[in-house]
Design a protein around this ligand. Structure first.
Ligand code: TTP
Ligand code: MG
Length: 350
């Protein structure tokens, strides 16, 4: 595989977080969502409750009728978000590129991490670390295609690992609406063309498809054939950086720049807002205006403030110390939009 993409999705996430803090709930049917009798819906249910046919987006009243003994909890959005942040921080460590797509799922480019490893072993190590640090389980799909990995992570839930080496063989017998992006409407329209399985879409006449759907369908036909070069969509902020420089009233010895690292790091950290960074740089301008920069690129994107401080300190060690300094600055670049601040939990039905 030229690129290895893992899709990771937490198992019955909101319910699993509740069980973590109250293990007694593990043994009973647990439903997170509106209480029955109201017009609300189920956000999720643990796997015990799912045996009764209960699922996300079902009306709470219907869920109650299916399982009157179930425990209903309204849910604790801020707790789920906190747990999600912990999970994502762990997952990021395995990825050269990382894209969180919802509160409990993310795509990871694990090409580097999986080098010289059996893919099952790579998946096992990721799941083990998440479980060790958060007491939560997840399911993983691995392939060379973003779409295939997403479908694969759902195949053996919970605690599942599905590794796909032949995309088309894996996809062909699945219903066409398993492809993320093919919603109800498209599915209905495809049915009218007698396209039900992914294989049918792969083999369908391209011009008939274009007639009915327009050019966007070709991307989906390629996915159906197992061809997908989408990769990880880190939202990069090319050419953008965040920096802060301080010009001193009097020139200072190079060593003393260290005392300015923390206040400058605080300043740029506050500017980061919903961005993460991969590269930390420092700039030193000597009294004679000679300027030196040094930078360090992390393997993964982070928002960590201490990382800015410690990297800047390390970089400062590399700067020649003979001359006095008139200006010192820190810059963060390779900025990437951080999911946590983009998607509010309120976008979920609760
Ligand atoms: P999902 O990953 O779709 O579901 P899940 O983690 O509960 O279960 P699975 O093991 O099948 O992955 O969604 C993640 C969380 O998002 C889920 O725990 C609750 C919330 N959610 C809603 O609030 N409403 C919804 O309709 C869905 C689908 C999810
Ligand atoms: Mg999930």
């Amino acid at each position: 595989m030229n690129q290895i993409i893992a899709h990771i999705d937490m198992d019955c996430f909101f319910a699993a977080v509740e069980e973590k803090y109250n293990p007694k709930l593990k043994a009973v049917p647990l439903i997170i969502g509106s209480p029955p009798g109201k017009r609300g819906v189920v956000a999720t249910a643990n796997y015990v409750a799912r045996k009764f046919g209960i699922h996300s987006a079902m009306s709470s009243q219907k869920a109650f009728e299916l399982c009157p003994n179930a425990t209903f909890l309204k849910g604790n959005k801020s707790l789920y978000k906190e747990e999600s942040i912990k999970v994502m921080q762990i997952l990021k460590q395995f990825a050269s590129e990382f894209e969180q797509v919802s509160i409990d799922e993310a795509y990871l480019n694990i090409t580097e991490f999986a080098k010289n490893k059996d893919l099952n072993e790579a998946a096992r190590l990721i799941k083990k670390e998440v479980l060790k640090q958060t007491k939560l389980t997840c399911s993983i799909g691995i392939s060379n295609s973003r779409y295939v990995s997403k479908i694969a992570s759902d195949i053996n839930k919970p605690v599942g690992t599905t590794i796909v080496t032949d995309n088309y063989k894996f996809l062909k017998d699945l219903d066409v609406n398993k492809i993320p992006g093919i919603g109800k409407k498209a599915n209905e329209k495809l049915k009218q063309l007698n396209i039900k399985k992914i294989e049918d879409l792969a083999k369908a006449d391209k011009f008939k498809l274009l007639d009915s759907f327009g050019k966007h369908i070709i991307k989906y036909q390629n996915i159906a054939k197992g061809i997908d070069k989408t990769g990880i969509k880190e939202t990069k902020y090319k050419n953008k950086s965040i920096s802060k420089e301080t010009t001193f009233l009097e020139d200072i010895p190079t060593n003393e720049c260290e005392y300015h690292i923390e206040p400058i790091a605080n300043n740029i950290y506050n500017q980061l807002k919903d961005l993460g960074y991969k590269t930390v740089s420092i700039k030193v301008k000597y009294h004679d205006f000679q300027t030196i920069t040094r930078d360090y690129s992390l393997k993964t994107t982070t928002k960590n403030k201490n990382e800015i401080i410690s990297r800047a300190k390390e970089l400062l060690k590399e700067i020649p110390k003979e001359k006095k300094v008139r200006l010192f600055g820190i810059k963060l670049s390779n900025l990437i939009k951080d999911y946590q601040n983009q998607t509010e939990l309120s976008s979920f039905i609760m």
